[in-house]
Design a protein around this ligand. Structure first.
Ligand SMILES: NC(=O)c1ccc[n+]([C@@H]2O[C@H](COP(=O)([O-])OP(=O)(O)OC[C@H]3O[C@@H](n4cnc5c(N)ncnc54)[C@H](OP(=O)(O)O)[C@@H]3O)[C@@H](O)[C@H]2O)c1
Length: 302
């Protein structure tokens, strides 16, 4: 199937495009310069020209803290861009797979969030992503909205790379332990999206909202500890001797984040027959595959 992927230079697309190609799909990927999703005419034009069997929107304004200052830009990309893609998809009869976030929730639940739980974003980023979901729900019945959490991959800046850098530079690092969620490797999410595209091609699927993250629960502290531990086992020579758990109140950020954002994955697993690994197993796999990260960390003290 021909698949149009937006945000092709982003973190998720870095794993998604090869996963789709491995599955035999023809991918037309656009980065933000070639295809600005806020440009409705361009989006409509490219969709009509290419007539993909499926559009996947990985493009987004993802700077959670900066969004508090750049509200208009965040909404332009995350709400209006999603609406433009939904309209373009409707005009050519294509389904849209759109990526959303656990930050649409307020984090006051203590058990995993299901798709029907009430939303309540705490910051501008989450609000803009929720507005994007709403635009798609209004515009295009043929949608798959995948809410995911704590993404990291070989490409892009993310928590894994930040922790490896800090652990290489400092004797001690401080990481919040009162926010719980689930780290998700883009390699796993990409494989699951590719399985969804296969299902679309085979004509067996249910449109709607789906939750996807790795299995398990972690705090940012747990995640940091695992990154350092697993990297050391792979030979990284890191300076850091202490990882200190701290409260969110000790590390204030411009945007508030949900204290709990674990996602319930029953629906996506049952509908698409997807098996989801535990977050720590996926972290190990990512570090092994992106060996360069650990080699770089090894080099810090060599
Ligand atoms: N990262 C996370 O922890 C996380 C967690 C939950 C959900 N998500 C969601 O998962 C999806 C993928 O995230 P990611 O981590 O891969 O994000 P990312 O690395 O920031 O990639 C997003 C891409 O979107 C592009 N983009 C920005 N504005 C655009 C525009 N107006 N038109 C076209 N492209 C534009 C960016 O290009 P430029 O760099 O050139 O601007 C970038 O390549 C997003 O929908 C995000 O909201 C992410």
């Amino acid at each position: 199937m021909k698949v149009l992927v937006t945000g092709s230079s982003g973190q998720l697309a870095g794993d998604l495009i090869p996963a789709l190609e491995r599955g035999g799909h023809t991918v037309v990927g656009f980065d933000s310069r070639a295809f600005d999703i806020t440009d409705a005419d361009r989006v409509g034009f490219e969709a009509a020209r290419l007539k993909p069997g499926c559009i996947i929107n990985t493009a987004a304004y993802t700077k959670v803290d900066l969004a508090e200052k750049e509200r208009e830009r965040a909404f332009a990309v995350n709400r209006d861009g999603a609406r433009n893609l939904a309209r373009a998809a409707a005009s050519i009869g294509s389904p849209l797979i759109h990526i959303s976030t656990d930050f649409v929730f307020d984090g006051r639940k203590a058990t995993p969030y299901i798709e029907e739980d009430p939303t309540g974003p705490l910051g501008v980023y989450g609000a803009s992503k929720l507005a994007g979901e709403d635009e798609i729900l209004k515009t295009l019945p043929e949608h798959f909205i995948i809410r995911t959490s704590w993404l990291y991959g070989a490409r892009g800046n993310n928590f894994v790379k930040t922790i490896l850098r800090l652990a290489g530079e400092r004797d001690a690092i401080r990481v919040v332990y009162d926010q719980a969620g689930t780290p998700t490797w883009t390699g796993d999410l990409a494989a699951s999206i590719a399985a969804m595209v296969d299902a679309i091609e085979a004509g067996s699927f249910d449109y709607g909202i789906y939750h996807y993250s790795s299995e398990g629960v972690a705090s940012w502290y747990d995640f940091a500890d695992a990154i350092v531990d697993e990297s050391r086992k792979m030979g990284a020579s890191l300076r850091c001797r202490t990882i200190e758990p701290i409260l969110t109140s000790e590390y204030p950020t411009p945007a508030r984040r949900p204290a709990y954002s674990v996602l319930d994955k029953q629906k996506i697993k049952k509908t698409f027959g997807i098996r989801i690994p535990h977050w720590r197993a996926s972290l190990i796999k990512m570090l092994e595959e992106a060996d360069g990260l650990v080699i770089k960390a090894r080099g810090v003290q060599d």
